[in-house]
Ligand binder design. Structure first.
Ligand code: ATP
Ligand code: MG
Length: 654
């Protein structure tokens, strides 16, 4: 713990210091990946608290994921500023709603809806609108979009047309299902994920006494990852502020990757316009990545188009030179996964810890082949966004046992050994061995989560030598409430979306083919640009090693027809930048020399290969690419949305 407020500023560069010492908002930090935005705002809060200018309980810091919130609380504690609320929008709103519900509405707060899709199906049936599986998922997605963008059913058709949305059914039908879904929820006394924010906004708007109570509690607001704030979250923030402007936001327009939830960088980019007196700070020094990684990230952004691209910030690496990013092409996906597993083993043999390595992909369904390859290579791994740590049965059971043991230990006649030993003893009484079981699968997962608890106990005991087992159990409760899971020792497998804000020594970006990145359903220019930003987010997660790879076909013996992602054109060795080849990039109509429209080559709508066989041209896809891919992709998209929802603390999906 730094010994003074000024010592909190040590280790910040002049611009970061400017952020940390600008203790009155409005403050806006515009900066690229790895420039220390999160670090600067964390130190700002700690400095304010340590200098006695900010009361810890009056600060509300909002971050994007529960994990990021947990990390921020941990850092603040280490800087001597414990007790500050760092939460996601959702968890902050849920707490306020629970607290104020009896006063504002009366009675108990309704339960959170668990099976949303089922209720949407029921709503469809009530309206006599038959929805097949895909339509059901898409209509559910549309309802979510309406809610986060505060679009009421009557406005849906106009709003969808205006924003160019891919409407799954006649907009009037979607609107009817939406209305009925809302009705059914009311009838059953349940609320959904989006309602938590909507209701909190509603209560704060309608009940000045509640708004006053919240405003007198929180006076200083800090928001991380502000480029991905949704209009509804912005509304909530405005209500919390209530006309005050002690707000500090940080963000990077080039990392806007959640537009599908209604998020928009407009609030970040328009901040100065809304607050002309704001202190605006730009950070350009990249402390995370080597010049090689930063060079690739800059190269990627140089090709970006659109609104966010106009605000891109060139990064300047502060680190020593490292290895060149590697580009690797494989005949098929299993070979690609084996290649990654082999390189990971080499890194581990060279002393890199598995928890410092990540494999990142576009959609979760890509993880399977990597799980297999890593298990075969004997590499431990963990899936991010997988089942929540504190809800796992073995962790719950361990929690109960530890609680019992803590009660017994409180008896002065019992237990004088250290916390980690006590935890090990409790777990081994239930058959937990200190050595991992052979192989992968459920038994191994169970062992890993209990091992994570032991490591947590070790860290806790090191940080608080005087604490007892009861304190550790309290720490577990606190972490469970905040969904702040301990790090499981292992290579991280995660989607690019879930990797936001995080960093590793070595990052493998895999499956970089047309059809996967950009994903097939990214159709408009804006959607394709968002896919490019996703790759930018992926590249900038790496501190040192960066591997990029793709496979020419899905399975061994496939036709080898996929093309590497267009975003790598001009960046991977031997390729030409896009545009340099003329306008012949895509399928469809082109202008011939006589000004007459002529059909260009037909390309596979899945992998982008130019098709030559008549049968394939008719299908507009290679035989190699599975016919149900669209459906599978939607399935994956849905699963991925669910995962994102979990990542942001969506209680309805737990
Ligand atoms: P992202 O856009 O990915 O969220 P960020 O701008 O929030 O990135 P941080 O995560 O705060 O960046 O910082 C990136 C890394 O650089 C971290 O490991 C952080 O500790 C380190 N770092 C930041 N500022 C400094 C500094 N002044 N000196 C040394 N290291 C720093
Ligand atoms: Mg950050």
């Amino acid at each position: 713990v730094p010994d003074s407020a000024d010592a909190v500023l040590d280790g910040l560069d002049p611009e970061q210091r400017a952020v940390a010492t600008a203790l009155r908002g409005p403050v806006c930090v515009l900066a690229g990946a790895g420039t220390g935005k999160t670090r600067a705002i964390t130190h700002r809060i700690a400095y304010g608290v340590r200098a006695g200018i900010l009361q810890p309980a009056s600060v509300l810091a909002v971050t994007f994921t529960a994990r990021a919130a947990g990390e921020m609380r941990g850092r603040l504690r280490l800087l001597g500023a414990g007790g500050v609320q760092a939460r996601t929008f959702h968890s902050a709103a849920l707490r306020q709603l629970q607290y104020f519900w009896p006063r504002a509405v009366g009675g108990e707060m309704p339960r959170l809806l668990e099976r949303k899709v089922q209720l949407v199906a029921e709503a469809g049936a009530r309206c006599r609108i038959r929805l097949d599986r895909n339509e059901l998922r898409d209509v559910t997605g549309e309802i979510e979009w309406c809610k986060v963008t505060q679009t009421v059913p009557e406005e849906y058709a106009t709003a969808a047309a205006k924003t160019g949305r891919d409407v799954p059914r006649d907009p009037a039908e979607v609107a009817r299902v939406y209305t009925t879904y809302e009705q059914l929820k009311r009838d059953r006394g349940v609320i959904d994920f989006e309602d938590v924010l909507l209701l909190t906004v509603g209560v704060l708007q309608d009940r000045p006494d509640v708004a006053e109570a919240v405003r007198s509690q929180y006076q200083h607001f800090v928001v991380d990852e502000y480029q991905d704030v949704s209009p509804l979250q912005q509304r909530l923030l405005d209500l919390w502020l209530g006309g005050r402007d002690d707000l500090c936001v940080v963000g990077d327009a080039s990392q806007t990757i959640y537009s599908f939830t209604g998020a928009t960088p407009d609030f970040l980019l328009g901040f100065r316009g809304r607050h002309p007196q704001a202190t605006v700070v730009k950070l350009v020094r990249d402390y995370r990545s080597t010049p090689q990684v930063v060079g690739l990230a800059n190269g990627l952004l140089a090709q970006a188009r659109g609104q966010a691209a106009a605000h891109r910030l060139e990064l300047v690496s502060q680190r020593e030179a490292g290895p060149e990013p590697s580009f690797a092409e494989y005949p098929d996906e299993p070979a690609e996964a084996e290649g990654a597993a082999r390189r990971i083993r080499e890194l581990m043999d060279a002393g890199v810890r598995p928890s410092e390595i990540a494999v990142l992909y576009r959609i979760n369904a890509q993880s399977e082949v990597y799980e297999q390859a890593l298990a075969d290579a004997g590499v431990p791994y963990q899936l991010r966004g997988a089942e929540r740590f504190f809800e796992r049965p073995e962790v719950r059971e361990a929690g109960l046992l530890l609680r019992g043991a803590a009660r017994a230990a409180a008896d002065p006649d019992q237990a004088g050994s250290g916390i980690p030993d006590q935890v090990r003893a409790v777990l081994s009484s239930r058959g937990w061995a200190s050595e991992p079981p052979a192989g992968s699968g459920a038994v191994r997962d169970r062992w890993e989560s209990l091992a994570a608890l032991v490591r947590l106990a070790e860290d806790f005991a090191a940080a608080r030598p005087d604490a007892g087992l009861g304190d550790f159990v309290a720490e577990l409760d606190e972490r469970a409430n905040a969904q702040h899971a301990p790090t499981v020792e292992g290579v991280t497998l995660a989607s690019l979306h879930a990797a936001k804000g995080l960093e590793w020594d070595a990052v493998f970006l895999v499956g970089l083919t047309e059809g996967t990145l950009p994903i097939t359903y990214a159709k408009t220019d804006e959607q394709v640009e968002e896919e490019r930003r996703l790759l930018y987010v992926g590249v900038t997660r790496a501190r040192f090693h960066l591997g990029l790879s793709w496979a020419l076909s899905r399975s061994p013996g496939g036709r080898g027809s996929r093309r590497p992602s267009r975003f790598l054109d001009g960046l991977r060795p031997g390729s030409t930048p896009r545009g340099a080849r003329g306008a012949g990039g895509g399928a469809g109509a082109e202008r011939g020399s006589g000004g007459r429209k002529r059909r260009g080559p037909v390309q596979c709508r899945v992998c982008g290969r130019t098709l030559s066989e008549a049968g394939e041209i008719k299908l507009m896809r290679c035989e190699d690419c599975p016919s149900d891919l669209d459906e599978a992709l939607y399935e994956r998209l849905r699963a991925w949305r669910m995962e994102q929802a979990k990542a942001v603390g969506h209680p309805a999906y737990v």
